[in-house]
Design a protein around this ligand. Structure first.
Ligand code: AMP
Ligand code: MG
Length: 504
């Protein structure tokens, strides 16, 4: 029985559903037996102009599970293609996600409201269109943690259970995640139309993407209706956004795990939290994903892959860039070649903040590289190290503690000498102020894999308390929270999670 419900609606203002029909399939969510709220993100609901207490109710559960279509929604599944582990798949599309519509929040930002796990669509192929509870909670925890860390990301508005099992290797509780994103445009969306030689759709899409994500300042600049200028500017903006995004990932030790082009957002947000994980011990070659056998998406490979993904975007845009293929390739290459410098600059900014350095110096990169080598060979926990370093910045007597994190403490002292000389060469910043700034760049707590797995295991038994605690603590990652000690610590040897799995 459905609860009778008053219209409880998002202030929808849909634009994508007004694009040509071949951009999507109109499809409604498939109702589920017994939806129940796990969690509603009250702060985010308020931002989106929805009353959080009304959403966090039995009738809200009907809406968030897709049983009731809110007024103003125009449910669609988006068409896209993508390179998966390097191989091109001309048609992927939303196989288990349905876009309800778009909402413009008070700050003017337009955002998609999408139900992930809401049933089959014309893009489902062999899949059931559903999501299991574990991956839904993982995405909720990690995407909200990323937002709190200040990293561009899609958000989680809500998670509900469906009251129906999904069948993977074993029956698991089914769930639906309400995802909020700047948009769901991906590199793969462009590849979809490029693979079909649909120049008209590409031009429409490029113009749409530019207006939505990278609108021009009021005066001057290119008119996005000029397809060639729009395409070049879009490529430029995406290259910049991706270079910055990956720099931020590396700064917090985030490993996306499945950087396929269909999981690369045009907006520059982190999207599609599948087998993602944060590093415990620093290890540049680390992979977690059960299917990444060759380490394509290994931690330190992420900048290279982001550039590779931008190159696929560039290829898709070539027909818009210039009629002469050689000229188009030349123009696109010029932009792609900026990627390394943009990444290096963004990464240097991120790492300087982590090390408490204010001035930019020519040997910064060497200082960082030397440290990372020592962290890797010393098998040091990445997050614990940098947080401890904040202490050392204001109190050199904390050095011995930091050094004790290394297998060979001298490995830290050798580096610390150079680091301290560098700090002394930046007079004028009191050590306490430096430490305060460093604590804003070095989280005390991150969503560690073993804690996520523990929260999921408990939830599968019906206990959502560990999930709640994790979400609450991770909302303030840069603060010292007295009840967060156990979440800040690295895993015990028996707790280490060696593998993560896709959400499918
Ligand atoms: P992902 O690994 O989440 O990036 O998904 C890759 C592709 O598989 C996308 O087209 C998804 O929509 C599709 N897909 C993933 N899981 C399912 C599922 N359970 N049912 C239908 N399609 C799915
Ligand atoms: Mg995906």
């Amino acid at each position: 029985m459905l609860d009778p419900m008053e219209p409880m609606t998002f202030p929808f203002d849909n634009t994508y559903a007004r694009l040509p029909e071949r951009f999507y399939a109109r499809v409604s969510p498939t109702p589920v037996r017994h939806p129940r709220i796990i969690k509603v993100n009250h702060a985010l609901a308020t931002e989106l102009g929805v009353d959080p207490t009304r959403l966090d109710s039995a009738s809200g559960a009907q809406l968030l599970a897709g049983n009731v279509i809110p007024e103003g929604a125009a449910p669609i599944a988006l068409a896209y293609a993508g390179h998966q582990f390097g191989g091109f798949v001309p048609q992927l599309g939303d196989g288990r996600a349905i876009l309800l519509g778009e909402v413009v929040s008070a700050d003017g930002a337009r955002r998609d409201i999408q139900l992930k796990g809401a049933g089959r669509t014309p893009f489902s192929r062999g899949g059931d269109g559903r999501a299991a509870l574990g991956p839904v909670l993982r995405e909720y925890i990690v995407s909200e943690a990323m937002a709190a860390l200040g990293i561009p990301t899609t958000r989680a508005l809500a998670a509900v259970t469906t009251g129906e099992p999904v069948f993977r290797e074993e029956p698991l509780p089914g769930a639906v995640l309400t995802r909020v994103a700047a948009s769901h445009l991906r590199v793969g969306t462009f590849e979809f139309f490029a693979a079909r030689d649909d120049r008209e759709a590409l031009a429409t899409l490029a113009e749409y993407a530019l207006l939505r994500h990278y609108p021009l300042p009021k005066a001057g600049g290119a008119d996005p209706r000029d397809a060639d200028l729009a395409a070049l500017r879009l490529l430029e903006c995406v290259v910049d956004a991706q270079a910055n995004l990956v720099a931020h990932w590396l700064g917090v030790g985030f490993l996306h795990g499945v950087m396929n082009t269909d999981n690369t957002a045009i907006s520059g947000e982190t999207i599609d939290y599948g087998p993602c994980a944060f590093l415990d011990e620093y290890s540049p070659a680390k992979t977690f994903s059960s299917i990444d056998h060759r380490g394509r998406y290994a931690f330190a490979n992420q900048p290279r892959i982001a550039r590779w993904n931008c190159t696929r975007l560039a290829e898709s845009l070539l027909p818009l860039i210039a009629d002469d293929p050689n000229e188009a390739a030349h123009l696109a290459t010029q932009i792609l070649e900026r990627f390394p410098a943009l990444f290096e600059a963004a990464y240097a900014r991120v790492m300087r903040a982590k090390l408490g350095l204010i001035r930019q110096e020519s040997d910064d990169a060497a200082l960082v590289a030397d440290l990372l080598d020592r962290l890797a060979s010393g098998r040091v926990d990445y997050t614990v190290f940098f947080r401890a370093l904040c202490r050392a910045a204001e109190d050199p007597s904390a050095d011995s503690h930091v050094a004790s994190l290394f297998e060979r403490p001298e490995a830290f002292h050798g580096w610390a000498e150079v680091w301290r000389r560098r700090l002394l060469a930046e007079p004028g910043t009191p050590p306490e102020a430096r430490a305060v700034a460093m604590r804003r760049a070095n989280p005390a707590v991150i969503p560690r894999n073993h804690r996520i797995e523990q929260a999921i295991a408990a939830a599968n038994r019906g206990d959502f308390q560990p999930f709640e605690t994790l979400v609450r603590i991770l909302a303030r990652p840069y603060e010292e929270q007295p009840d967060a000690q156990h979440l800040a610590l690295p895993p015990q040897p028996e707790e280490i999670v060696k593998q993560t799995f896709c959400g499918t």
